[in-house]
Design a binder for this molecule. Sequence first.
Ligand code: NAP
Ligand code: FE
Length: 371
Amino acid sequence: MEQFMYFMPTKLYVGENCVIKNQEVLKQFGKKAMLVTGRTSAKKNGAEADVRKALEAVGIDYIIFDEIMENPDTETIIKGGAIGREAGVDFVIGIGGGSPMDASKAIGVLIYHKTATEETLYYDVTAKSIPVIAIPTTAGTGSETTPYSIVTVHADKTKRSIAPKIFATVSFLDVRYMESLSTKILNDTAIDALTHLIESYLCRNSNFFSQQLVEMGLRIFVECMEELKTETTTTETKEKLLLASCVAGFAIAQTGTSLPHSLGYFLTYEKGVAHGKANGILLKAYLELFPKTDESVAHLLKLLRMETLQDLQQFLEDVLHITETFTEEDVLDYTKRAFTTPEKMRTFPYGEEGATEEEVRRLYAKSFGVE
Ligand code: NAP
Ligand code: FE
């Protein structure tokens, strides 16, 4: 067997009301917390109220930074870091989708290093963070169990990972916070989790454990597919999606993601396509890059109880309602920009340098229907 390392340091609490039930856990992190949230959802879905109640019950002071937008940008992260430093907070609690959870990790780094700058965030792999607690309210990114934090960099017109790897110390998973999700956000984020599973399985770094985790995640995910399609997800199914997304996080924490993720960032930056949907738009053409002799794609289809890639595409179209249009210029532009991070292209397991420029061009062209 190949050599690999496995590391997953996040303590998880799962179940209804788990924040309040386990509020004592918060005491170990200090006297003052910073809640990092989006503008409205954490207030509406009850997550922020639960955290405030728990902190008050154990006598921890807190401030709230609720300015995180979707695909948070560097400027907002820097602002949050300055506010947290000034307030002298001991730990951060990211509540929301991937955007606030990722932001809380980057803000945690800026608070830990008193003189940290943008340079620290993007280049210092040894940087550390004050403790981060994550509370997902979407079921897609798995940020609660991954060490990644993705930030929009306007200067580069794309999104990139911060350099240090920051795992949440504790994550709380409570399906009640998902009840307020619109079908669109629920579906887009579910496809993010699905692409994490598939990309992890197929990427150059996958290993025995990560593949087992993917299989487990897909087994949970298939049980949700019909309800996603018919837009009738019950609470029980939402909980399964939350767990599938968390397991997908376990997998990509070990392997990273692959082409749909790195190529999808331009769709999000340039056209505002939701992150999960962007991955979904690129998924079929990505899978078509694999040679017919590679059995892993067929194995994944089998786990999804599908016969062909066209079945997968049909499922994606039913769930995502893809209406976005792209041009040939977009294909050429995004292909060129993709190669500014060649390390991402190397996650494709064929070829010495991974995916070639021609393969990436073809992937975009097929996905956009402009071949
Ligand atoms: P998001 O950008 O965090 O949130 C999308 C929208 O959903 C926001 O409008 C948000 O409202 C709303 N929302 C969140 N929870 C809700 C709820 N329970 N009820 C109603 N509305 C709710 O979406 P996301 O897809 O979860 O996260 C995407 C980000 O995560 C991207 O930046 C992506 O690159 C990143 N990501 C990270 C990882 C990782 O490993 N760290 C992996 C994949 C993706 P508010 O703004 O009001 O909160
Ligand atoms: Fe993702």
